[in-house]
Write a protein that binds this ligand. Structure first.
Ligand code: CP
Length: 323
């Protein structure tokens, strides 16, 4: 594999290989000395144009556990503040001959854009509302470990589907691996034609009892430019996952960060069915698997196919990225 830009662009063999590599690294991180020399002498650059706690810290730690040299750049406080373009930033970082560049950006297609500007492998750590492939891979890993497999598992993704790159990547990821995916939320927070991605669509939690996995999403106020809900109170009354809505056999997941008391009631976040902390722990070994997989594929020619959606969830690469 040359880059990790989307889940949509991966095949099942790619996914299986990363999950198997992650399983191997789970043994490594259970040792007293949690480090292997796999990426010794290689450089990993983490370039974050949006806030992050889990993704940025786990990619940093994953690279360090593989003995890479790591450079962490947050747009705020960097020369981006002085007006430096993404293209010029990548040209600058290329001077260090990085093996991998991990990028998070508010712009759809940013990771794919920089894949055209560098010989380094590129990881999309979230591009606007488009995709968050490493999150989906750690979610697959988490469910596989807990449930034993993915085939036939029923996953309900509940909440602000419209603004969620996690939802989009997870619809692709779970569907590819044989799970059935239902997205659920108010019509105003549901992307047009989302069923074309291969999922079922529900506008109430009435059928939630069928789910094996209840995957809640945060209301992404930072991506909302207008009014999407009559009131927060009404949203909570219809879509909050609380202990009355969860049945004992169901597992609860959330990509984080959680708005406590909004999409999830406080008692279920810390309850026995919650896999939220496991997701974070698994994120480390899955990201070690991703970095190792990309290193194995470095030097391969790049496929020119984009992986950027042509449908309605969001238009393609923004003008400023292609200029
Ligand atoms: N799930 C996720 O991407 O979390 P962060 O924004 O903290 O990285």
């Amino acid at each position: 594999m040359r880059d990790l830009l989307t889940i949509e662009g991966l095949n099942n063999a790619d996914i299986d290989r990363i999950l198997e590599r992650a399983e191997g690294f789970a043994e490594v991180v259970s040792r007293d000395v949690k480090k292997v020399p796999a990426l010794q002498g290689r450089t990993v650059v983490n370039l974050f144009y949006e806030s992050s706690t889990r993704t940025s810290s786990s990619f940093e730690l994953a690279a360090k556990r593989l003995s890479a040299d790591v450079v962490n750049i947050k747009a705020s406080g960097s020369s981006v503040d002085k007006g430096e373009s993404l293209k010029d930033t990548i040209a600058t970082l290329n001077a260090y001959d990085p093996a991998v560049i991990v990028i998070r950006s508010p712009n759809v297609g940013a990771a794919q854009f920089i894949a055209g500007c560098t010989d380094a492998a590129v990881v999309n750590a979230g591009d606007g509302k488009h995709e968050h492939p490493s999150q989906a891979l750690l979610d697959l890993f988490t469910v596989k470990k807990r449930v034993g497999g993915l085939e036939g598992v029923k996953v309900w993704i509940v909440g602000d589907v419209l603004h969620s790159r996690v939802a989009r990547s997870n619809i692709h990821a779970f569907s590819k691996m044989g799970a059935s995916v239902t997205v659920c939320g108010p019509p105003t927070l549901m992307p047009r034609n989302v069923e074309n991605l291969g999922c079922n669509v529900e506008y109430s939690l009435d059928g939630l009892a069928e789910a094996d996995i209840v995957y809640a999403l945060r209301l992404q106020h930072e991506r909302m430019s207008g009014t999407f809900l009559p009131s927060l109170r009404e949203y909570i009354s219809h879509f909050q996952i609380d202990r009355h809505r969860l049945t004992p056999r169901q597992f609860l997941m959330h990509p984080g960060p959680v708005n406590r008391g909004v999409e999830l009631s406080v008692e279920v976040i810390d309850g026995p069915q919650s896999l939220i902390t496991e997701q974070v722990a698994n994120g480390l070994v899955v990201r070690m698997g991703i970095l190792f997989e990309l290193l194995s594929g470095s030097g391969l020619p790049r496929d020119s196919k984009s992986g950027v959606p042509e449908d309605s969830m969001e238009a393609g690469v923004p003008q400023e990225l292609t200029a």
